[in-house]
Design a protein around this ligand. Structure first.
Ligand code: HEC
Ligand code: HEC
Length: 219
């Protein structure tokens, strides 16, 4: 029964993509990605651990080979049309501010590029584990027990966090909760040059899940 459902869903998806305009097609999205020179600054092949530091520094923007596991689709499609800074500091820098001015895409290209990026996933991200929750344990870890808030902006009342990591404001609409957990657990898989500290071995699995669930509520 379950198999039948998956098969018919698969067929429906194929029919859909055949009937659709080229704009919702991942292959058209890959062409638009290259035509817009996105590949000058972003890798779409992983994993990070197979790249040298020089390889990683050769690109000015974050790796996107796991974008489909990291981002929420509606956020991505909207951001590509109106990209506001995510990191307070310039990517890979602790001293220079983010200059902003990320290239913009028109709606049609944003839709197809989003389809392309959402097709890039990592098998290290297991689906359906983390549900966003204002977990007291997660909150305690984020604001007190661990230095998360010293490096990341978050929706706090008085203290709103540090600047050296990406801002986590709106993480709840931007990031896939399961990816947040996978990132904490398996940082080497996703490691950018300026990696955040490795928390696996410091936090238990349950603690990583609760802090991921907490971050996934950030508005
Ligand atoms: C000149 C280099 C450059 C080009 C060209 C460029 N980007 Fe970026 N991109 C960046 C930088 C730097 C960031 C980090 C921005 C921030 O944190 O605010 C970024 C961030 C992103 C993000 C969010 C990634 C994350 O992990 O936070 C996505 C998605 C993205 N770019 C897609 C694209 C697409 C699609 C194009 C082509 C239209 C493109 N970029 C072109 C440099 C570039
Ligand atoms: C010493 C500073 C530091 C600390 C402490 C720290 N982080 Fe980070 N964090 C970073 C950096 C640096 C990155 C990745 C940089 C990049 O991609 O530009 C990052 C990335 C992240 C991301 C991915 C954000 C994105 O949009 O790519 C999440 C989620 C995150 N951290 C959560 C946490 C949590 C939860 C804790 C505490 C358990 C924590 N961080 C502690 C510096 C830190």
């Amino acid at each position: 029964m379950r198999f039948a459902v998956i098969v018919s869903f698969g067929l429906a998806a194929v029919t859909l993509s055949m009937n659709n305009t080229a704009s919702a097609d991942p292959a058209a999205g890959e062409d638009a990605f290259n035509a817009n020179k996105c590949s000058d600054c972003h890798y779409t092949r992983g994993p990070a651990r197979e790249k040298t530091i020089a390889d990683q520094l050769a690109k000015k923007g974050p790796e996107l080979w796991y974008a489909g596991s990291k981002f929420q689709q509606p956020w991505l499609e909207q951001w590509l049309q109106d990209p506001q800074p995510i990191r307070n500091m310039k990517y890979n820098s602790v001293t220079e501010e983010n200059p902003g001015g990320h290239p913009k895409l028109a709606a049609g290209d944003a839709a197809s590029v989003t389809e392309f990026l959402m097709s890039l996933t990592s098998s290290d991200v297991e689906a359906g584990i983390i549900k966003p929750k204002r977990h007291p344990m997660g909150r305690l870890i984020f604001v007190k027990k661990m230095p998360c808030s010293g490096c990341h902006q978050f929706p706090g009342r008085k203290f709103t966090g540090g600047n050296s990591g990406p801002s986590l404001l709106h993480a709840g609409t931007r990031l896939n909760p399961d990816w947040i957990y996978a990132y904490l657990k398996n940082i080497d898989t996703f490691k950018p040059v300026r990696a955040m500290p490795n928390f696996s071995g410091i936090l238990s699995d349950r603690e990583m899940q609760s802090v991921a669930a907490y971050v996934a509520t950030f508005e």
